[in-house]
Design a protein around this ligand. Structure first.
Ligand code: ZN
Length: 83
């Protein structure tokens, strides 16, 4: 009887160990996919304002020739200073 109990105990421990490893693998997978989406956000084109050096997403920034500005005000101020 003692041996059967030992085998059952070993089976239960093995199943629990497998379960924990499965959960760990799933959690790691989620963390990896979350990090990947974070990287995508960082990779979205950020441009530095030529006037105040603030970083702005390209779609919100104002372009003038090769220069980027965080708003039209800074673009005009820069052009005034350099005219
Ligand atoms: Zn600016």
């Amino acid at each position: 009887m003692g041996l059967i109990r030992l085998i059952i105990l070993a089976l239960v421990i093995w199943m629990l160990w497998r379960l924990v490893n499965n959960i760990k693998a799933r959690l790691n997978g989620k963390e990896k996919s979350a990090n990947q989406s974070d990287n995508k956000i960082e990779q979205s084109n950020m441009v530095s304002c030529h006037y105040c050096s603030v970083h702005t997403p390209e779609e919100d920034a104002i372009q003038h020739e090769q220069m980027w500005f965080c708003n039209t005000d800074h673009k005009e101020k820069y052009l005034e200073d350099n005219s």
